[in-house]
Design a protein around this ligand. Structure first.
Ligand code: 6PG
Length: 246
C-alpha cells in the first residue's frame, strides 16, 4: 500500500501538503534548477493554495524557478467559477511571483483536438520530449472523487486505458461535458504524487481504492502507480474513518 498519512482535519492536510511542496520544490531547484508541478482542481486544494500564498511559503518557496501546469481542466473559460486555472490563479498565482511565462493553462475554451494538441506541444517543448518520452513532473497534486476518479480520468471511460496520448480531451458521459486531462502514463512518470483526500464522503471510496481489489476501470485512482517516484496520500480523519487502524 502507498504511504498514507492521516491528519486531524482539512487544515492539517493543507499544512502538510504545503510543507511537502516547499521541500520538494527546494530539492528540485537544487538538483535540476526548476520545479515542475501540475495542479488539480476541485475544492480540496483550496486551503493549500491559500496557505502557499501566505507566509512563510509566499516568500520561501522558489516561485521564480517554478513552472505550473494542470493535471486537468474543465472545458470552460478561465473566468468561469468552475475553472481549475481560475481557482489557482485567484487563490495562489496572483499572490506569488511565478513568471506568467511559466504558467501553462490548459485551454478550456478552444476546440477539443486543438486544445489537446497545443498542450501536448507545450509539454514536449518544456520537457524536451522525444518520441515515446514521458514528461517527468517533480510533483503532481491529485484529488479523488467519490466515484474514484482522479484528475479527469473517470471510471469506465477511455481515459483509464489511454497509454499513448499525453493529454486527452474527451466527453465524460456522467458529466455530459468535456474534460481535459493528463493521461495516466504522464501521471505515473512523476517523481512525486500527493493525493489530497478529505471528508467522510470519501471514506468508503478511499478504503476501496487503497484496500479493495484492483479494478482501475471502476476506481481510476488505483491506476496511479509511479514508475519511479513516491506516492503519498494525505487524508484527514474523516476520510480515513473506514481504514483499519493499528
Ligand atoms: C477536478 C479535479 C478532480 C478533483 C476531484 C475531487 O477538476 O475536479 O481535478 O479530479 O480532484 O473531483 O474534487 P474535490 O476536491 O472537490 O472533492
Amino acid at each position: 500500500m502507498a504511504e498514507v498519512i492521516i491528519l486531524p482535519d482539512h487544515a492539517a492536510v493543507a499544512r502538510e501538503a504545503a510543507d511537502l511542496w516547499l521541500a520538494l520544490a527546494a530539492r528540485a531547484v537544487a538538483e535540476r534548477g526548476s520545479f515542475n508541478v501540475a495542479l488539480s482542481g476541485g475544492s480540496t486544494p483550496r486551503p493549500l493554495f491559500e496557505l502557499l500564498a501566505s507566509e512563510p511559503y509566499a516568500t520561501s518557496a522558489p516561485w521564480e524557478h517554478t513552472y505550473v501546469f494542470w493535471a486537468d481542466e474543465r472545458r470552460v473559460p478561465p473566468g468561469d467559477p468552475a475553472s481549475n486555472y481560475g481557482m489557482a490563479a485567484h487563490l495562489l498565482l496572483s499572490h506569488v511571483p511565478v513568471p506568467r511565462t511559466q504558467v501553462y493553462r490548459m485551454d478550456g475554451e478552444g476546440l477539443a483536438n486543438s486544445a489537446s494538441r497545443a498542450y501536448t506541444t507545450q509539454l514536449e517543448r518544456h520537457f524536451s520530449l522525444g518520441r515515446g518520452d514521458w514528461p517527468r513532473f517533480d510533483l503532481i497534486l491529485l484529488g479523488m472523487g467519490e466515484d474514484g476518479h482522479t484528475a479527469s480520468i473517470f471510471p469506465g471511460t477511455r481515459a483509464v486505458s489511454d497509454q499513448s496520448n499525453r493529454v486527452l480531451v474527451y466527453e465524460v458521459p456522467k458529466l455530459r461535458a468535456e474534460r481535459m486531462t493528463l493521461t495516466l502514463p504522464v501521471i505515473n512518470h512523476a517523481r512525486h504524487i500527493l493525493f489530497l483526500v478529505v471528508g467522510e464522503a470519501k471514506a468508503g471510496v478511499l478504503r476501496d481504492v487503497l484496500l479493495g481489489d484492483y479494478r482501475p476501470s471502476t476506481y481510476p485512482a488505483q491506476a496511479v502507480k509511479l514508475v519511479d517516484g513516491s506516492l503519498v496520500w494525505l487524508v484527514d480523519e474523516a476520510a480515513a474513518a473506514r481504514l483499519p487502524r493499528e
